[in-house]
Each structure stands twice: as structure tokens, then as C-alpha cells.
Design a binder for this molecule. Structure first.
Ligand SMILES: Cc1cc2nc3c(=O)[nH]c(=O)nc-3n(C[C@H](O)[C@H](O)[C@H](O)COP(=O)(O)O)c2cc1C
Length: 93
């Protein structure tokens, strides 16, 4: 029964404040949906003031995602049997 014209949609995630209490979940192969793929989604999340969950199977490089926006991001990894490959993925992210 409160007014909603000035609703505060912010929350905190791991101690960091975000403007919108909805985050973008990791979704693989986003270039199937748009040429920019995850880079575009990362920019959209940043514009909305929320977290972009970067799929480990995104299709863009993590470096491309990193420079696409300064918004907060989380990296999701499907851990491969070869732990050296997993380590490399985490270090690059
Ligand atoms: C097309 C598609 C691709 C997805 N790819 C990934 C992925 O790469 N990694 C992952 O952890 N989850 C992936 N998910 C799962 C989503 O991140 C999310 O957990 C799931 O859609 C449930 O969230 P929801 O209840 O908000 O829909 C994918 C989901 C969909 C529909």
C-alpha cells in the first residue's frame, strides 16, 4: 500500500550495491541472438545498473566482454576435466 512512483530497486550483491535487483543470468552462445553477443548484453546490464553473468560458453572472449562495459560482472565456468584449461579460463576472467 505504498506509493511506487519512487520505488528503490537497488540491492547489494556480495557487498556491492547495484541499482536493479534483477541480474542477467549466464546464457551461452549469445551471438546466435545478436551480432554483439555477450558484449551487447554486458553493455545493457551496465546501463540498467546491474550484474552481467558471463557464461563460460558465451562465444565472445572474456577480454572482449571485459572492455565492453565497466559494469559489474560475474564469470560462470563449466569446469573441464583438464584443470589447466579451467585455471586459464579463471585467470583470464
Ligand atoms: C538458452 C539458455 C542458455 C543458457 N546458458 C547457460 C550457461 O551457459 N551457463 C549457465 O550457468 N547457465 C545457463 N543457462 C541457465 C540460465 O543462466 C538460468 O540459470 C536459467 O535460465 C534459469 O533462470 P531463470 O529462472 O531466471 O529463467 C542458460 C539458459 C538458457 C535458457
Amino acid at each position: 500500500m505504498k506509493g511506487v512512483s519512487n520505488a528503490d530497486l537497488s540491492t547489494t550483491v556480495l557487498g556491492r550495491k547495484i541499482k536493479l535487483s534483477v541480474m542477467l543470468a549466464p546464457v551461452a552462445a549469445q551471438r546466435r541472438y545478436h551480432l554483439d553477443g555477450g558484449a551487447g548484453a554486458a553493455r545493457a546490464a551496465a546501463a540498467a545498473g546491474t550484474v552481467y553473468g558471463v557464461s563460460g560458453s558465451i562465444g565472445n572472449s572474456v577480454e572482449e566482454i571485459a572492455i565492453s562495459s565497466s559494469g559489474p560482472k560475474r564469470f560462470q565456468l563449466y569446469v573441464p576435466k583438464d584443470r589447466a584449461v579451467a585455471r586459464d579460463g579463471v585467470l583470464r576472467a
